[in-house]
Design a protein around this ligand. Structure first.
Ligand code: TXA
Ligand code: MG
Length: 350
């Protein structure tokens, strides 16, 4: 499955062991300063980082991921001063969101300064900025003394990494160093909101729920609504990266509801008997004969935390089909439902 034959250099970065952690961070910072690539944990997923001020360094990210360069990258900084160094203006709505959600899993798209090369933003005049809360990400930013451009550290269209092992399996030695900070806690990517226009537009559901954002700044438009209601001639603001079917495992995903459980268990038993490798992702996996049965949590935040690891496991176990129990239609599950859809699951509301 790996695109590369060699393992990258991997260092543990566990703040519980301050000396080893500081040494690992220092090595990562030195690599970033000389234009290299460092994969590092954030609270959402692992990022594949490069010096955001260097077009050459950033170019290596696209090569390592096999990602088309029309897809803009998120720039990570440690505080609002770091944000001001890379954007032309911080509108009051951004300040309100920053006060409430930073450091944390929210990315805000703002007008970019010239110091940010086009390679970062895919030629757009705006840049997505985020202040992460993960201690390793924060220490790396402080030690490097640079803004860090970082997409999720997966190969293009593959499932985002929530553990160092996922990065190693997908990117191999295309990355100079992997800082292993253990499993991430949020588990899905940051929420992305665009504040460059007249009205805020939610570009990607993620770690911060939409209703939490609306409690702070009032109503926001969803990108799909902007596209749907755009008049002829009034082109929607471009959001590259929104169209692709991301986060996809190899297996075909099949949704089922709790009432169909017995029928699904029967089907699984039958298909497994024929030698097909089958996965089951459900709240209750007792008595299943699936090749790979993964018990999924009942709370949306715990589900988000474990979802990508489950999708990675399905791939590792070579499953061809995965039966996935539907999740609630409640708003709290919006981001999880979005990621399940992008993984290829047919759910209502697509
Ligand atoms: O949680 C996260 O956001 C992770 C961690 C590493 O921070 N990063 C991440 O990056 O998910 P990535 O590259 O996989 O997704 C970034 C997405 C782009 O695909 C695009 O949809 C949006 O953010 N984006 C970034 N800059 C943008 C811009 N200037 N205009 C519109 N959308 C932008
Ligand atoms: Mg990504």
């Amino acid at each position: 499955m790996s695109r590369y034959d060699h393992r990258p250099r991997v260092l543990k970065a566990d703040p519980a062991f301050p000396e080893a952690c500081a040494a690992a961070i220092e090595e990562g910072a030195a690599i970033l300063r000389r234009g290299g690539l460092v994969a590092f944990p954030t609270e959402t997923v692992y990022g594949l980082g490069a010096n955001a001020l260097s077009a050459t360094a950033v170019g290596r990210i696209y090569t390592a991921k096999g990602r088309p360069s029309y897809n803009p990258l998120i720039v990570h900084v440690n505080d609002l001063d770091g944000v001001r160094a890379v954007v032309r203006e911080v509108p009051s709505l951004a300040e309100m969101l920053a006060a409430e959600f930073w450091p944390g899993p929210l990315t805000i798209v703002l007008p970019k300064r010239d110091v940010i090369p086009d390679a970062v933003t895919a030629g757009l005049d705006s840049v997505g900025v985020r202040v992460p809360s993960h201690p390793v990400a924060r220490m790396l930013l402080a030690a490097a003394g640079l803004p860090i451009a970082a997409p999720s550290a997966n190969a293009f269209t593959r499932v985002s990494p929530t553990m160092a092992a996922h990065v190693i399996g997908q990117l191999g030695d295309a990355v100079d160093l992997v800082l292993d900070g253990g499993p991430t806690t949020v588990g899905i990517e940051s929420t992305v909101i665009d504040l460059t226009g007249d009205r805020p537009v939610l570009l990607r559901l993620g770690g911060i729920p939409r209703d939490a954002i609306e409690r702070v700044i009032g109503g926001v438009l969803a990108y799909v609504d902007v596209v749907r209601h755009a008049d002829a001639g009034e082109a929607p603001r471009p959001s590259p990266g929104m169209i692709e079917r991301h986060y996809a495992p190899h297996a075909r995903l099949v949704a089922f509801g709790a009432p169909q459980r017995d029928e699904v268990l029967r089907q699984i038993a039958e298909v497994v008997k024929r030698g097909v490798r089958v996965a089951l992702l459900a709240h209750d996996v007792r008595e299943s004969q699936a090749t790979c049965a993964i018990e999924m949590p009942r709370s949306s935040t715990a589900y988000a935390r474990t979802l990508y690891a489950a999708l990675h496991t399905i791939d590792e176990r070579g499953c061809e089909i995965a039966f996935v129990e539907s999740v609630p239609t409640d708003v709290a599950w919006d981001a999880v439902a979005d990621r399940l859809r992008r993984a290829g699951l047919s759910l209502p509301g697509a």
